[in-house]
Write a protein that binds this ligand. Structure first.
Ligand SMILES: *[C@@H]1O[C@H](CO)[C@@H](O)[C@H](O)[C@H]1NC(C)=O
Ligand SMILES: *[C@@H]1O[C@H](CO)[C@@H](O)[C@H](O)[C@H]1NC(C)=O
Ligand SMILES: *[C@@H]1O[C@H](CO)[C@@H](O)[C@H](O)[C@H]1NC(C)=O
Length: 327
């Protein structure tokens, strides 16, 4: 679980009215990945994200946050930022100790893999909701709802036990509540504003065609590559004229290093039917000027042949004239 909120379906918007859609990310979350190889070896990874754009790292040796953007602090003051950093440092330290001490009590066997995600999200009406979820060994374990710990069904009696234990630590619960329901919404509004120029920029895609490995004899795999666009929502289809081709397949949206995206869209067709197909790309940066790439070039290939024939004829004519004059 605990994968980032992949929103491929929402992302491949059905074309048309994208005007009133807020462009750019709408949520902030931190991710924790803790690995315990044995009773003495543990490692914590921490990171901060706006949707699927990473803006913070965590240096677990020094216990400090790494700011990946000049505006990653949002409008949080240096004092508050140092305080938050201290909270996370103490948390990672205490968490590691607690797991190592209680591993046998909770019958957890090494290696132990724990993942956590917590943050808040701006909803369309302007309200902000907060969330926290934890996983053990890749399965849902617990989540927070309002200000209580809710064990996940997959977590069994162990999750009940852990939730009960956590709820006894009133101080921890109060801190978590403050971070989720007060700090996070305030920080989210501030950082979305601080990073506005970069988060709401428009970058045009580049598109090109290639053929993939032939799926079966007599078939062609047409590949339309679309790369370098931002924000994420994009619409790509294989078309015949104005007709969408139903067999269009999309890859996952893959990130480029520069915060732009890449998408690969394929169509499996009979070799004879590829001519006349085109790949069409809609994206907010194109302002309605869709990119249309045609597969094969029946007209230009015809033109090339015609040109070659005409040139050959002219050459022959010249040769004939030269021959006649010199005879
Ligand atoms: C614990 O795990 C680490 C990392 O895999 C390994 O280097 C170390 O030797 C292990 N220690 C023990 C006591 O098994
Ligand atoms: C959380 O609060 C909402 C709205 O106040 C309520 O509908 C929901 O049942 C609550 N959940 C829990 C687990 O208390
Ligand atoms: C930061 O921005 C948010 C939202 O615009 C605001 O509520 C808050 O008071 C600002 N200042 C601080 C220090 O968080």
């Amino acid at each position: 679980m605990l994968l980032l909120p992949f929103q491929l379906l929402a992302v491949l918007f059905p074309g048309g009215d994208s005007e009133d859609v807020f462009q750019g990310p709408t949520s902030f979350h931190v991710i924790q990945i803790s690995s315990f190889a044995n009773s003495t070896w543990a490692h914590n990874l921490g990171s901060g994200w706006l949707d699927d754009l990473q803006i913070h790292g965590w240096d677990s040796d020094s216990g400090t946050a790494i700011l990946l953007k000049p505006w990653s602090k949002g409008n949080i003051s240096d004092e508050e930022f140092a305080e938050l950093q201290e909270i996370f440092r103490v948390y990672f330290f205490g968490f590691t100790q607690e797991i190592q001490q209680r591993a046998s009590e909770f019958q957890m066997e090494y290696p132990i893999e724990i993942q956590g995600i917590a943050g808040c999200e701006l909803r369309s009406g302007g309200s902000i909701i907060s969330f926290l979820r934890g996983a053990l060994g890749g399965l849902n374990f617990l989540s927070s709802e309002n200000d209580t710990c809710v064990p996940a069904p997959e977590g069994g009696s162990r999750a009940h036990h852990v939730c009960k234990l956590i709820m006894q630590y009133q101080g921890v619960m109060d801190t978590v509540k403050k971070l989720l329901f007060e700090t996070c919404p305030r920080y989210l509004s501030g950082v979305l504003n601080a990073g506005k120029a970069e988060l709401q920029r428009q970058v045009k895609p580049e598109a090109w065609l290639s053929s993939g490995p032939s799926p079966r004899p007599g078939r062609l795999l047409l590949v339309c590559h679309v790369s370098g666009f931002y924000p994420k929502p994009v619409w790509v289809r294989w078309m015949r004229g104005e007709q969408e081709q139903p067999g269009t397949r999309h890859s996952d949206l893959l990130p480029n290093a520069d915060w732009t995206w890449y998408l690969r869209t394929t169509l499996d067709v009979a070799a004879g039917e590829a001519a006349g197909l085109s790949c069409r790309v809609k994206h907010s940066s194109l302002e309605g000027q869709d990119i249309i790439l045609h597969w094969g070039h029946p007209i230009s290939i015809g033109l090339i042949f015609l040109t070659i024939i005409v040139l050959s004829l002219i050459l022959l004519l010249c040769l004939a004239l030269w021959y006649m004059r010199h005879r």
